[in-house]
Design a protein around this ligand. Structure first.
Ligand code: ADP
Ligand code: MG
Length: 260
């Protein structure tokens, strides 16, 4: 490599243009054989850089999001949803709801696909460049409680602001203390009209007093969540149960572990 070429590589590295650095040489050969103009050559390299950047950003956002692996729209069977919910989901995957700071509330029995569905929508947001964080309700509450003890709750809430959508999985699944629920309420009030939340729950609103302990706080939490929200009611048969049954129908020799 000539001195000039080495210098070019050094400058591209400093400018953080790794894809151009990797490809300017091979593309120069292509440009000659294909008869590209200078403009075309430059445009091809810049396109590569943009595509590479998008790819690296997406990978980083996926890493950071802690979204369950493999639970994407590609692996989600939309046919299981009602036509109405399918339409809603198709619109949600376009991501406008997060830009509008709307919420998604997914209700339904265990195994109906709530976690998979909100995770898949999370992946779609990331593809569009939006940061997302997945957390179990229990884990999130512990994190906030620790921050409160360290007198850093406000700072922690602001940290979470960088996520355009926060998935709170399984709210109400574990009975929590009043103190734990207070920080959850503070979080919901903080994100209200500011950033989206996507919540899954086995408990319908009628039973949310179990979560927030007193009627006033419960009403205030529901009111804020519902104000700008899309509600999905996945009252479907358990996918787990159904696929286990299908498996057994195909392999009758296996013992039936499911009692109905
Ligand atoms: P929930 O959160 O409602 O308890 P999950 O989302 O965890 O249910 O779903 C249970 C299992 O069934 C997961 O492995 C999930 O990937 C799968 N599953 C549920 N619904 C669907 C669906 N419509 N298409 C594909 N897999 C599904
Ligand atoms: Mg779940």
């Amino acid at each position: 490599m000539s001195l000039k070429e080495q210098k070019l590589n050094l400058h591209l590295k400093r400018l953080r243009l790794p894809s151009i650095k990797e490809n300017w040489g091979s593309h120069a050969g292509l440009a000659t054989s294909e008869g590209w103009s200078y403009q075309r050559y430059l445009a091809e390299l810049v396109d590569l850089e943009i595509a590479g950047r998008h790819c690296r950003r997406t990978e980083r956002l996926i890493q950071e999001s802690r979204l369950p692996k493999g639970k994407t729209m590609e692996t989600f069977d939309l046919e299981r949803l009602s036509l109405k919910d399918r339409r809603k989901v198709e619109l949600l995957t376009e991501g406008l709801f997060a830009q509008n700071r709307d919420n998604i509330l997914a209700f339904g029995t265990p195994g109906s696909g709530k976690t998979h569905l909100v995770t898949a929508i999370g992946y779609e947001l990331i593809r569009q460049g939006s940061p997302v964080l997945f957390s179990s309700c229990v884990g999130l509450v512990q994190r906030l409680l620790q921050a409160k003890k360290d007198v850093k709750l406000n700072r922690e809430l602001k940290k979470l602001d960088k996520y355009e959508a926060l998935i709170i999985d399984d709210i109400g699944y574990v009975q929590q203390s009043r103190e734990e629920m207070e920080v959850l309420f503070t979080l919901l009030a903080h994100r209200y009209e500011n950033r989206s939340v996507m919540i899954t729950s086995n408990l319908p609103f009628g039973k949310w007093e179990k979560i927030f302990k007193d009627p006033m706080t419960t009403a205030a939490a529901i009111d804020r969540l519902v104000h700008h929200s899309v509600i999905l009611e996945l009252n479907l048969k358990s996918y787990r149960l159904e696929s286990a049954k299908n498996h057994m129908a195909k392999n009758p020799e296996t013992q039936n572990p499911i009692s109905e």
